[in-house]
Ligand binder design. Structure first.
Ligand code: ZN
Length: 246
């Protein structure tokens, strides 16, 4: 079985439709989404509908929770806060009902070796970031039984590994085969708002039988998505950042 794993769509319909099309062409068996379907972008409801249709396992992200009014916006920057309030007003009852029933953690496999979470398996509802090896070391305590955990949240495609001697290493996003003696955090990057200086959508394909992870980048119509953000009176800053992938 081969799975597409996507995250951090952020209401960017142009990016999501392009990535779903690319995954269809890859003939994946299923698609999983690690959350932040909404927030920042101009098409939250359309993205919720597409995720609902195409992804069998979906995790809640902090921007989904913010769109539902479930979390305080105190720690959001001014752009994120304004976008969250815009999103709260834009979400339909149907979208709200879908988002509020999403889980914080799911597993790909019945043996629960491969975990899906938005931010970190360590108190997922606290939305901690795994940005460096210290963050990863702490979070690895939480995946003692699991082999690997797919994450999003930072919008930075990156891999952390832990070997048998508990040494934690950060790797740039590269195609790897999982080694049974190692544990992994695999950040799939962002579909709708990449922040690693590359504006193309980031996601991965996971071949469960071969235990292979392949990183993908797909170009989409960034200008159209940015123009919609401007037209919706969301911040120009949110439109401009898409052009530069930051
Ligand atoms: Zn996000």
């Amino acid at each position: 079985m081969r799975f597409g794993i996507i995250s951090d769509i952020h209401g960017n319909l142009e990016a999501l439709t392009t990535v779903l099309e690319a995954l269809k062409n890859e003939n994946v068996d299923d698609i999983f989404c690690l959350g932040d379907i909404v927030g920042y972008g101009a098409n939250p409801n359309e993205c919720v509908d597409l995720i609902k249709e195409n992804c069998s396992k979906v995790i809640i992200g902090n921007h989904d929770a913010a769109g539902l009014g479930m979390i305080s916006l105190e720690y959001f920057n001014i752009y994120a806060r304004a976008a969250a309030i815009w999103t709260q007003n834009a979400l339909t009852d149907e979208s709200i009902n879908y988002l509020k029933h999403l889980d914080y953690v799911k597993y790909i496999d019945d043996a629960e070796k491969i975990m899906l979470v938005h931010s970190s398996p360590l108190f997922p509802e606290n939305w901690n970031y795994i940005l460096n090896t210290d963050d990863a070391k702490t979070a690895f305590f939480k995946i003692s039984e699991e082999q690997a955990c797919f994450i999003g949240h930072s919008h930075q495609p990156i891999i952390f590994t832990k070997d048998l001697a508990d040494k934690v290493v950060m790797l740039s996003p590269k195609d790897i085969t999982l080694d049974e003696n190692y544990k992994y955090f695999i950040n799939v990057g962002s579909v709708g708002q990449p922040r690693d200086g590359i504006r193309d959508s980031s996601y991965v394909i996971f071949d469960m039988d071969k235990q292979e992870i392949t990183y993908k980048r797909t170009a989409y119509n960034v200008e159209a998505a940015a123009q919609k953000i401007r037209d919706a009176n969301l911040s120009d800053v949110l439109a401009d950042r898409l052009l530069f992938g930051r």
